[in-house]
Design a protein around this ligand. Sequence first.
Ligand code: PEP
Ligand code: MG
Length: 749
Amino acid sequence: MPERLETQSRRLLRRLRDTLAEPGKGQERLNRITELIAESMHTDVCSIYLFRDPETLELCATRGLKSDAVHQTRLRLGEGLVGRVARGSKPVNTADAPGERGFRYMPETGEEVFSSFLGVPIQRLGERLGVLAVQSRAKRLYSEDEVYALEVVAMVLAEMTELGAFVGDDATLAQPHKNPVMIRGGSGQEGTAEGQVWLHEPRVVVTNLVNDDPEAEVERLRAAVGQLRVTVNDLLTLASPTDREQREVLEAYRMFAHSRGWSRRMEQSIESGLSAEAAVEKEQSEARSRLQLVPDPYLRDRLHDLDDLSNRLLRILTGQGSETGAAMPERPILVARNIGPGELLEYGPRLRGVVLEEGSIGSHAAVVARALSIPLIVHASRITTEALNGDPIIVDGDEGVVHLRPDDSVAAAFRDKIAMQTQAQARYAALRDRPAVARCGTRVSLMMNAGIMADLPSLGGSGAEGVGLFRTELQFLLRNTMPRRSDLAALYARVMAAADGRPVVFRTLDIGSDKVMPYMKRPDEPNPAMGWRALRVGLDKTGVMRMQLQALIRAAQGRPLSVMFPLVSEMAEFSAARDMLLREVEREAHLGHPLPEKLEIGAMIETPSLAFAPDAFFQMADFVSIGGNDLKQFFYAADRENELVRRRYDTLSFSFLTLIEQIVQRCAEAGTALSFCGEDAGKPLEALAFTAVGLRSLSMRPASIGPVKELISRSDIGEVQALLKAAQRRGEERLRPIVLDYVRQLKPL
Ligand code: PEP
Ligand code: MG
């Protein structure tokens, strides 16, 4: 290439690459880099600041400032011009640094003689690593080209940091992807696990950062963008015409893929010396740092789209696909931004745990994680940026905490916890074949909740007396097309066969809210949890519910059948649903199919209104099951999916327990069987209190049966009842301390 075509930054990048290829310690390299940059850019100063911790930047190398200040000068995020660059994740360029807002004079650096300042963030895929700054005596504003050149250099530095080039032997330097990281998220499923990170969509590894032939590199980028456009168009053709959300995302992809600005910026980076991959990453990095600053959820989504699109482009360029060829570790803990239930099921029981950057407690993935009995953490912010394939990781699903690359003390404490849990498991196993009987003789029937075939083996292992809630929606959610009646009938029959004579309560389709079937048109609702969902859909669009009821009757093949309707808000709804089922039974009889030996029709109490329904409702229902998850969210008007409020109100409070007591009483008066199948049934203190207010059947996750059975067996229900009654009479609102004090003084079994 003719010399005149070589831009300043291209030359600099090459020299940088050569310097970094030479052997040397971390600090020496850093010093050499600052020299090189200052020289090439004709500036008096070049300094590199790196994060020591998320709040503190440290001067790690300089050419031009006093060398004594290295590893001494520290700035808080946002402090001084360097801190401002880091906080805003964007350049600061000024001819008059001392006159600039937020300037902070650091006497130990000797910087008072320098007027102009240009600082750019060193970041990799939105992860802040530090700041690269140049300063000059002359009062001048750096040109746009110089700003761009410094950004490109910072991009390469960020990659070098990633590769450990900065880190060397010097322990005082930040060690991205090496230090232990603790992330607090939300608990999607309890349990603990220790293993190694397995990234669901591993980051594409870019190794060539600098190009030798910009023209060829631009061609390569253009070809890849062309291929990307074709892929996006194909996706759009395949997308369901009715799925507005999916189309919106794909339209955004198409818009970005055709964006001239995006392509132009990447080509400019290539002209400045970056490889095509590094140019894509530079854009991606900037989009990610913008993402962190954008409060508007719509815009955040769009930036996420751009991020996904950049990943696709990187895969095309590197040919890495989503398969990087890495072998799955022995004890894989899946780390992903989000994952669909089908994908999670495909990994199956090989996984020890799941950590999601987004996700939600009620998501389908969470339901599958529960079925697989593996701990799940949701809302683990930045986990996909922090974690690398194979990193040691500890998942504490009880506390909602992830320890990435834990240090020895954390790992040891954690192993103690696991050992204690193992001992507890052995105690529960010893109780497995015994019924849950309290010291006073009160017997409680403990059932399990299920939703997929994979749950059924737990029936024997957990000691459950049956399935108190079989959530049928998963079969509908895990597929791309509506299941056929014959498929459903076959599945329900297999579930009944696996239960081997133990009762199974099938809950009819509970879709809507967060449970969206990919192939069914979804109305745009302002508040889906209180919208057109569950039985409301079944009664308005009867086709699917009738098909499901027919499948259930056929699956029974003469065995007893229990059907329960979700989210019943008034007696008339229950009565209509019940009539529909009875009509289907008649129709099946007419067709000559065998009828269930016994048919029980029940309702879930998930809205406070149903607790106050007329007596006739309780008389009409063969059984009632309290869906505590929904009942509590509607009772307290606190969204069960919203981390800000979902733990705000306690189940063991005067109001909620009084409501449960009233339901118990109404069922007793009408002679209606009653159970509780929300998550709270599986929490030992809650289960004890429910028993004390009169519940005799609880349905929970299989893993909860042992702990609940153990506590009930150690307790005297009459004593708990008396304590609760006395506290209620005193008008105490918070009843948890009463139950907790009682449990603390109990003797072991
Ligand atoms: C409930 O609401 O308590 C319940 C068991 O149903 P789901 O969690 O499936 O909404
Ligand atoms: Mg519910």
